[in-house]
Design a protein around this ligand. Structure first.
Ligand SMILES: [Zn+2]
Length: 158
């Protein structure tokens, strides 16, 4: 799976890549040189809206055309060939970019809304910030947002 690093103008895009399970680093206040260094060092595709930056040497880069995140995701999909697979949704913390770990249902009692606890059996949490994720997290919102864009492949979990 390709890894990404995004410039400071694309924080929202980084969050969305993480929602889809992709490793997307985002630092605010980092210099252009810092971004390029990180891209080369960790073989990350640099996503940027910065024309100056796009002329320098990153490991790989993609100059993002649109201001709108769904079109940005579509461009990444079209130009890198990555898949947005519903099976990988919320496998990574959207705040920390860390892979989440499954956690026993008993351990999170009282930490999620009661209706969520009653209607879900599988939960995971971020080892770093301890945020709790479950299969339904924002799923409806996500489906509405992605409608018409044919952005993601819906696969059935067995
Ligand atoms: Zn986290």
């Amino acid at each position: 799976m390709p890894k990404f690093i995004v410039d400071f103008m694309l924080g929202r895009l980084a969050r969305w890549l993480r929602i889809f399970g992709y490793d997307a680093e985002y630092y605010s206040g980092v210099s252009r040189t810092g971004l390029l260094y990180q891209s080369l060092k960790e073989k990350r595709i640099l996503l940027t809206r910065d024309h100056v930056l796009s002329r320098k040497r990153a490991w790989q880069f993609l100059l993002i055309k649109s201001n709108f995140f769904l079109d940005q995701l579509k461009q990444i999909k079209d130009e890198t060939g990555i898949e947005f697979d519903s099976n990988r949704l919320f496998s990574r913390c959207t705040f920390c970019n860390v892979v989440v770990e499954t956690i026993d249902k008993q351990k999170i009692k009282g930490k999620v809304p009661e209706y969520v606890y009653a209607t879900h059996d599988e939960f995971s949490h971020c080892p770093k910030c301890k945020r709790i994720y479950w299969a339904g997290t924002h799923l409806e919102l996500l489906q509405q947002q992605c409608e018409g864009k044919e952005l993601w492949k819906k696969t059935v979990k067995h």
